[in-house]
Structure formats: structure tokens, C-alpha cells
Design a protein around this ligand. Structure first.
Ligand SMILES: [Zn+2]
Length: 423
């Protein structure tokens, strides 16, 4: 009896222990994700300067928007390495991340190239083991989202110095504290195609919100406020989420298109496109030669609301030229439709009257029959001739027989009538 009791007690204690360990693991798994956002540069360190934009200011605007958006998610704590315009050593930024127990450091930047010939987003990540894996996981998602938005993917890189450690300070110093780090070079300041992605506060705000979404996806966060749940998110599904696409619910209010020039020798058609869009940036345009049935590839806007472009135009049956312009929320408006045949390739032959058109049609049909007959092999051709001759004879005989029948009927009726009169 006592033995049974003690077995039960031991079993119960064991069960409680198991449950406690289980709960503890769950609690551990549900620990808040800690994100340290590092707005690149600051103070006397201006970063890149181009097109009226100073990098240290742009990175701060993106960082603020990113923090604000990220805090809409549950289970995440966000810190900025700087909140004002101050110079901070890279080591101190990394130490801050260590003190905050950061899961990852995301250092925000904008790029520039010496020859002004590069474009797209670049990610620089930790080079070793688990740090690399975690940094790369975020970088991949970030670049997919930026690509969806219109910023091409230049690549995700690691770089080592002569000592074999990470070349970039923020990555190296963070790695010393076992924290993965990513330098996010959003786009190139010195490429006109990319102006639209940073040249307004709204554009910087949007980059910050995209960065935040990438973090949410990478760390499988969810947000009741935004109505999104990335807890079962797979990298291959990465798309710009609805809530990032629906902030501006109106398409561009006007898309006006001007034909600037047409060169008859090389068929080059020069056009100027101007868009009225108050709420968001313009991202793409595409054009169609058939009234919108099929379109060219999407092309980037060189400046925010205007673009000059060239294409080639030729006479064609359907030559209805139209341009479609997309804002940053994927909403579009079409330009007016131009009939290029009427504008560029007017018909200069004689004007035909209706009966001429009928005559022309009959002649063309007869011509077609003749060509068809000519192309027939001789044996079929002679067989066809015999059929034609027999058919014609049969036709003529039928007509004669019918005519005779009609005449005799007539005669009978006439005879009957004259008989009747005579009676
Ligand atoms: Zn920078």
C-alpha cells in the first residue's frame, strides 16, 4: 500500500518537473527580440552628400520611421544608437548594442560610387558562422522587399581586412560581442533612377517602414495593430505587405504625355511624361502601342514626377500609344491615348469612294481565286476544269428545261382562257 503511494507521489513530482521545464522553455522562446538600429554617421561625420541630401540626416529619418513601425509589433524592443546629431565611435555603438543585449545591429546607410555608375541595394554582413547566418537571413528579406519596392539588388557581401576579421568597424566590433550586424546601404544617392527612393521625407519614412517589415519577417513577429502575422513566414514568400501598399489609396491624379519629336530616319520617338501625384513618390512607368493590351517592361522614374524617354515607332494596324505610371503603392493612372498612325504616319494615297472600295474588293477576291487556281497541281486543275464544264452544261440545260416548262404552262393557260372566252 505504502509502496503504491510513494510510486504515485514520485510520478507526480516527475510530471510537475517536466511541466516546469516545458514552461521555462516556452518562456525562454517568447523572450522579446532586441533590435538595435544604428543611424549611420552623425555629428561631424556627415556621410555621403548628394542631390541636396546629407547621409547622416537621411539615415536618422529612416531610423526613426523604422523604430516607430517596428514598435507596432509584439515581442520586440527597439533601441537607436543615437537619437541626436552626434559623433559616436563605432566601438561605442557596438558596446551600446552589447549593453542592450541586442539580437542584431542594423546600421542604416546610403551609398555613392566614385564614377556614379552603380545602383541598387547593398548589404554588408558579418562574415563568420552563426553571426553570418543570422545577418544574412535578415539581409535576404530586406533586399527582397527593397526589390519589390523598385530598388534593384546589387548584392549581399562580407569583407575581411588584412587581419582576417571583418573589414567594416560596426560589423567587426559587434562580432567581438557575438552580435550579428548588417550594414544596410539602401540605394545610391548619386543615381537619378534612385532619387525617388530618398529625396522626400515621405520616401525616407517608407524605407524605414520597409526595414521594419523585414525585421518583423526575419524574426517572425506579428502585429495586432497592423493585422499581420509573420510567425509562420517563409523567406520565399516575401512580398511587400498590404499595409505598406495601402497608405496612399488614390492613384496619381494626372498623367500627361507629350510627343517631343519623331525622327523618320531612325524611327526614334521622344516623349515627355509628367505626373501629378501629391501623396507618394512615383516609381515606374510603362508604355503600350496597342491601347493597353500589352505593355513594355516597367521603367524607373529618373526624377520624382517627370521623365523623358525614347522608344521606336513604326506604322502598324493598331498604333494607340498610351503610358501607364505607377506610384510607390502600386496604384497607376494612364495617360491620354495617342493614335500614332494619325499623328506620325498619315495615309497619303488617293481617297476612295464607296463603289471604288467595292470594286477593289471584288477585284482582290478574283485575284485571290486566280492565284489559288494557278497554284493547283495540273491534274487537280484539269479535274477542276472538267467539273466546271460539266457543271456549266448541267446548269444551262436546267435553265432551258425550266424555261420550256414555264412556256408550256403559259400556253396551256392561254389555250384554256381563249376556249373559255369562245364558249
Ligand atoms: Zn554611410
Amino acid at each position: 500500500m505504502y509502496k503504491k503511494f510513494w510510486i504515485s507521489v514520485t510520478f507526480l513530482i516527475l510530471l510537475c518537473l517536466c511541466l516546469w521545464v516545458q514552461l521555462d522553455i516556452t518562456a525562454e522562446a517568447k523572450r522579446d527580440v532586441i533590435i538595435v538600429i544604428d543611424p549611420g554617421h552623425g555629428g561631424t561625420n556627415m556621410g555621403a552628400r548628394y542631390n541636396g541630401v546629407i547621409e547622416k540626416e537621411a539615415t536618422m529619418k529612416v531610423a526613426v520611421a523604422m523604430k516607430e513601425e517596428l514598435e507596432k509589433y509584439e515581442g520586440v524592443v527597439v533601441y537607436l544608437t543615437r537619437t541626436g546629431d552626434e559623433s559616436i565611435e563605432l566601438l561605442d555603438r557596438a558596446k551600446f548594442a552589447r549593453d542592450m543585449k541586442a539580437d542584431i545591429v542594423l546600421s542604416l546607410h546610403f551609398n555613392m560610387s566614385e564614377a556614379h555608375d552603380l545602383r541598387g541595394s547593398e548589404m554588408w554582413i558579418s562574415s563568420t558562422g552563426g553571426l553570418k547566418q543570422e545577418a544574412e537571413h535578415f539581409a535576404k528579406i530586406e533586399q527582397m522587399l527593397l526589390k519589390e519596392y523598385g530598388i534593384a539588388k546589387r548584392g549581399c557581401f562580407t569583407r575581411l581586412n588584412d587581419e582576417g576579421t571583418d573589414y567594416y568597424g560596426i560589423i567587426r566590433e559587434s562580432a567581438d560581442f557575438q552580435i550579428p550586424a548588417v550594414i544596410v546601404e539602401h540605394c545610391y544617392l548619386d543615381r537619378a533612377e534612385e532619387y525617388a527612393f530618398y529625396d522626400t521625407d515621405a520616401a525616407l519614412d517608407r524605407l524605414g517602414r520597409i526595414d521594419a517589415t523585414a525585421v518583423a519577417m526575419a524574426y517572425k513577429l506579428s502585429s495586432e495593430e497592423l493585422g499581420v502575422d509573420y510567425s509562420r513566414h517563409y523567406v520565399s514568400n516575401t512580398k511587400l505587405p498590404e499595409h505598406l501598399l495601402t497608405e496612399d489609396v488614390t492613384p496619381p491624379s494626372e498623367v500627361s504625355l507629350d510627343i517631343v519629336d519623331y525622327n523618320e530616319n531612325n524611327h526614334q520617338l521622344s516623349l515627355h511624361l509628367k505626373v501629378a501625384e501629391e501623396e507618394s513618390t512615383m516609381v515606374y512607368y510603362q508604355y503600350s502601342f496597342n491601347g493597353g493590351k500589352t505593355f513594355s517592361n516597367k521603367l524607373p522614374f529618373y526624377t520624382n514626377h517627370e521623365v523623358d524617354f525614347v522608344t521606336q515607332a513604326y506604322p502598324s494596324t493598331d498604333n494607340s500609344f498610351v503610358v501607364r505610371a505607377y506610384n510607390a503603392y502600386g496604384l497607376y493612372t494612364d495617360s491620354e491615348v495617342y493614335d500614332l498612325n494619325e499623328l506620325l504616319f498619315p495615309y497619303d494615297g488617293p481617297v476612295l469612294r464607296e463603289e471604288d472600295i467595292v470594286t477593289e474588293f471584288i477585284t482582290s477576291v478574283l485575284d485571290d481565286i486566280e492565284t489559288f487556281a494557278d497554284e493547283l497541281p495540273p491534274e487537280i486543275k484539269s479535274a477542276a476544269t472538267i467539273v466546271l464544264i460539266v457543271g456549266s452544261i448541267w446548269g444551262i440545260v436546267t435553265v432551258i428545261v425550266l424555261f420550256m416548262q414555264q412556256r408550256s404552262k403559259h400556253k396551256i393557260v392561254e389555250e384554256y382562257q381563249s376556249e373559255a372566252k369562245g364558249a
